[in-house]
Design a binder for this molecule. Structure first.
Ligand code: SF4
Length: 84
């Protein structure tokens, strides 16, 4: 019984750790003004779409681009980018 509790605890710790590593970005196109700041900060994740508004094309965001994706979200002048 006790051993199973330990396994359950370990599993829940691992699941939480994995979730904390997965980063998903979204652009609310109803807010986007197509300024291009996000692409300038993180071109590996953000680009202009066919509708001339910006979009995320790399989800989940690879670890090496997570810092720049957060910078892009912080720099968006209309807070159109959310990162979970
Ligand atoms: S920084 Fe914000 S407003 Fe500018 S293009 Fe990107 S999502 Fe749109």
């Amino acid at each position: 019984m006790r051993r199973q509790d330990t396994k359950g605890d370990l599993l829940s710790v691992l699941v939480r750790a994995e979730r904390s590593l997965v980063m998903i970005a979204k652009v609310d196109k109803s807010k986007c003004i197509a300024c291009g700041v996000c692409e300038g900060a993180c071109p590996q994740v953000f680009r202009m779409g066919d509708d001339w508004l910006y979009e995320v094309y790399t989800n989940p965001i690879p670890p090496e681009y997570q810092d720049s994706a957060r910078k892009a979200a912080d720099a968006c002048p209309v807070d159109a980018i959310t990162i979970d």
